[in-house]
Design a protein around this ligand. Structure first.
Ligand SMILES: Nc1ncnc2c1ncn2[C@@H]1O[C@H](COP(=O)(O)OP(=O)(O)O)[C@@H](O)[C@H]1O
Ligand SMILES: [Mg+2]
Length: 247
């Protein structure tokens, strides 16, 4: 029981055999997804939610970026899969769950080589039940400062475990109906041997920029300076505590 890998013609797949089996490659095909989700058209860059064997799952495909330099990740030539973005995110989710951090369970990842030099990656995770992104929620209603403080303490918990989230914005934070936060989308993130204060602060600053930008675009957006202060105060308090006492 656990994680298994296999290689088919041009693809390589890793999957959690407690959730799916070796037949899971079909879940990565646009036709199968379109037939088994409410998404009529599977577009690149858009997450697709679907049910499979009694579980709610989420499929996402990686953007390859624009220009040739970005299109071909250099590492692909030398270490075909372990260094691809999708493999890294899969393994990072796995490691974070082992550390007890609230992130989605990784279910399967697939890399297809696109000769001669490129590849295409996709990831399937378990959907966080009854959750919405912070962006969606704040468009509708405010959160109380207790919730903002809870989020601040949670970010500190990730930082205590040396997790660097490369893109901590409001759409990469989920909140459940029960009031629990989850972080998602660890594309290009890393678990460092030791996370520097500078990088940790950059994560927090990135989130603030994202919230301010959303507010600028939509005056109805429920985000106020004292919300940010509640988050930051809780973050600082938690980060100053030894790890085992942090929230
Ligand atoms: N495990 C999950 N549970 C619930 N919703 C998810 C999950 N993974 C992704 N989503 C939804 O899909 C969106 C896109 O996924 P994300 O991993 O952020 O990819 P990207 O931003 O690169 O497209 C998220 O903002 C969120 O709305
Ligand atoms: Mg995202």
């Amino acid at each position: 029981m656990g994680y298994r890998q296999f290689t088919s013609k041009l693809a390589r797949v890793i999957y959690d055999d407690e959730v799916v089996d070796a037949g899971c490659e079909k879940l990565f095909h646009c036709d199968w997804l379109a037939a088994n989700s409410r998404c009529a058209l599977v577009e690149r860059g858009k997450a697709v939610m679907f049910a499979y064997r009694g579980r709610e799952l989420v499929f996402k495909q990686y953007h390859r970026g624009g220009l040739i330099g970005r299109l071909v990740e250099k590492t692909y030539l030398y270490s075909p899969l372990s260094n691809t973005r999708v493999w890294r995110e899969f393994n990072m989710l796995r490691a974070m769950r082992e550390l007890g951090l609230p992130v989605p369970r990784p279910v399967a990842a697939r890399c297809v080589s696109v000769p001669p030099l490129a590849y295409r990656g996709a990831l399937i995770t378990e959907r966080i039940p009854d959750s919405r992104t912070l962006t969606e929620i704040l468009r509708e209603r405010p959160l109380d400062n207790e919730a903002w403080a809870k989020l601040g303490a949670l970010i500190a918990r990730f930082h205590h475990k040396n997790v660097y989230h490369a893109d901590l914005n409001a759409s990469n934070i989920l909140l459940t109906g029960g009031g629990d936060f989850y972080l998602i989308d660890f594309d290009k993130g890393t678990i460092r041997r030791s996370l520097s204060r500078q990088d940790a602060d950059a994560n927090v600053a990135r989130l603030r920029r994202s919230l301010c930008k959303l507010q600028k675009r939509c005056p109805e957006f429920h985000f106020a300076e004292d919300n940010w202060q509640a988050l930051e105060r809780a973050y600082r308090a938690a980060i100053d505590q030894p790890e085992n006492q942090a929230g």
